[in-house]
Design a protein around this ligand. Structure first.
Ligand SMILES: *Cc1c(COP(=O)(O)O)cnc(C)c1O
Length: 374
C-alpha cells in the first residue's frame, strides 16, 4: 500500500544514529542540546525543548502556560485529539471554536466569541502545514489575557508574513512522528521565547527537578540534592533520537522543496477534476505542506476512500472533529457544535504526500482518483 505519509531515511541518518550508539550517552547527552539548537535555527532563534512526542510537547506547553483545573482552553476541533486531550488531562475545560471553511484553521472570530476571563490558552493548529491567522489570534488571546499556543505538528519550516513558525505564538509545539516533515521516530519539541516559560517547559520534561542550588528551597544537603517544586514527567528525548533529528533537520530544506513541488503538481493535475476542491492558500503564508487535503463533494468521500484503498493507495482522513470522540461526548459535547469543521471532515481526503514520493507514484494517485470521479 502506498502510504499517505512516511519517513525519508538515508545513510547519513543511519550513520548519525550508529555514532551515538557507539558512544557514551544513549539518553541525555550532547546530542539533545545540539538538536535543540539546530531546531531553533528554524524557529527564528526561539529556543526549543526536545521531548518524546508531539503529544508530550502539547502537555509540556500547557503545563508551562500554567493551564489547570478551572481554566478554559479555546482550540480547533479539526486536529488530532491530543491538542485537546492534553489540556483536558490537566483539568482544563476545552472550548472548541469553529474553523475557516477554506483553510480548516481556527477561525479568529469564532475563537473571539468563546474567550472569557477563564481562558488560559488559545491553541491554533497549522492544519496541513498552512499557518493559522496569527495576528488576529494574537489579538484574541491578548483580549483575554491568555497565552497563544501553536500546535505546529504539521508546519515546521512554514512561515506567516515572512515570520517562521515557532516565532508566531508564545509556545509552539512540534511532532517528529514518521509521517511529519522531519522525524526522530517518536519525538517532539516545544519552542518558547519567554525564558521563564522555557525554563518551566524544560523542568516539566524532567520530573520538575530543580538542580540549581540557587533555586532550591533547602540547598544545604550536598551535591546530590535535587528538589521537585511542581510535578513533572519523564518526557526526555534520547540522544540516539536527537542525533537522528539533527541529521533530518539538515535535509529539511530539501524535504520542504520536494513537498512544495509535489503540491504544485497535485494542484495542476487536479485543477479540472470534477467533484473535487484542492486546498486553499493565503497569499501571505508560505506553507510547508504536511498533508494534501482535498475535499470530495457530492457525499462521495467514503466511496472514494474505499476505492483508493482497494487500489493500493493509502489515503487518510484528517480529522474526525475532536469532540466526536466518545470521551468528549461523555462530557456533554454534542455534534453540530462546529458546523464548518464537521462539513470539512465530511469531505476531507488526504492524498499521499512525502519527500520520497516519486512523480510516477503521484501520477498513479491522480489517475486513480480521476478515474473514480469521472
Ligand atoms: C501528530 C500530531 C500530534 C501528536 O504528535 P505525536 O508525535 O504523534 O504525539 C498533535 N497534533 C497534531 C496536529 C498532529 O498532527
Amino acid at each position: 500500500m502506498l502510504p499517505y505519509g512516511r519517513q525519508s531515511i538515508d545513510e547519513s541518518d543511519i550513520e548519525a544514529v550508529t555514532e551515538v550508539l557507539r558512544g557514551e550517552f544513549l539518553t541525555t547527552g550532547p546530542a539533545v542540546a545540539a538538536f535543540e539548537s539546530e531546531l531553533s535555527r528554524h524557529t527564528g532563534g526561539v529556543p526549543c525543548v526536545a521531548v518524546t512526542s508531539g503529544t508530550a510537547a502539547l502537555h509540556v506547553a500547557y503545563a508551562a502556560a500554567g493551564v489547570g483545573a478551572g481554566d478554559e482552553v479555546v482550540t480547533s476541533p479539526l486536529t488530532f485529539v491530543a491538542t485537546a486531550a492534553t489540556a483536558a488531562l490537566l483539568g482544563a475545560t476545552v472550548r472548541f471554536a469553529d474553523v475557516q471553511p477554506d483553510t480548516g484553521n481556527l477561525d479568529p472570530g469564532a475563537a473571539a466569541a468563546l474567550v472569557t476571563p477563564r481562558t488560559k490558552a488559545v491553541t491554533a493548529v497549522d492544519y496541513a502545514g498552512h499557518p493559522a491567522d496569527y495576528d488576529e489570534l494574537r489579538a484574541v488571546a491578548d483580549s483575554a489575557g491568555a497565552v497563544l499556543i501553536a500546535d505546529s505538528a504539521h508546519s515546521l519550516g512554514a512561515a506567516y508574513k515572512d515570520r517562521p513558525v515557532g516565532s508566531l505564538a508564545d509556545l509552539t509545539t512540534f511532532s517528529f512522528f514518521p509521517t511529519k516533515t522531519v522525524t526522530t521516530a517518536e519525538g517532539g519539541a516545544v519552542a518558547a521565547a519567554d525564558p521563564a516559560c522555557h525554563a518551566r517547559a524544560a523542568r516539566f520534561r524532567n520530573h520538575g527537578l530543580v538542580r540549581e542550588p540557587g533555586e532550591q528551597r533547602d540547598p544545604g544537603h550536598g551535591g546530590w540534592h535535587q528538589e521537585v517544586h511542581a510535578f513533572g514527567l519523564n518526557y526526555r528525548l534520547p540522544d540516539v533520537l536527537c542525533a537522528l533529528g539533527i541529521s533530518q533537520l539538515r535535509r529539511l530544506p530539501r524535504f520542504s522543496a520536494r513537498r512544495t513541488e509535489l503540491v504544485a503538481r497535485y494542484d495542476a493535475l487536479l485543477r479540472d477534476v470534477p467533484g473535487l476542491t484542492t486546498p486553499a492558500r493565503r497569499a501571505y503564508v508560505t506553507p510547508n505542506w504536511h498533508l494534501y487535503p482535498v475535499r470530495v463533494h457530492d457525499g462521495r468521500r467514503r466511496e472514494v476512500y474505499d476505492r483508493m484503498r482497494a487500489a493500493g493507495i493509502g489515503v487518510q482522513v484528517n480529522y474526525i472533529p475532536a469532540y466526536w470522540h466518545p470521551v468528549f461526548e461523555d462530557l456533554g459535547y454534542r455534534r453540530g457544535l462546529c458546523p464548518e469543521a464537521e462539513s470539512y471532515y465530511a469531505e476531507e481526503l488526504s492524498l499521499p504526500l512525502f519527500a520520497d514520493l516519486t512523480d510516477a507514484q503521484q501520477d498513479h494517485v491522480v489517475e486513480t482518483l480521476t478515474a473514480i470521479l469521472r
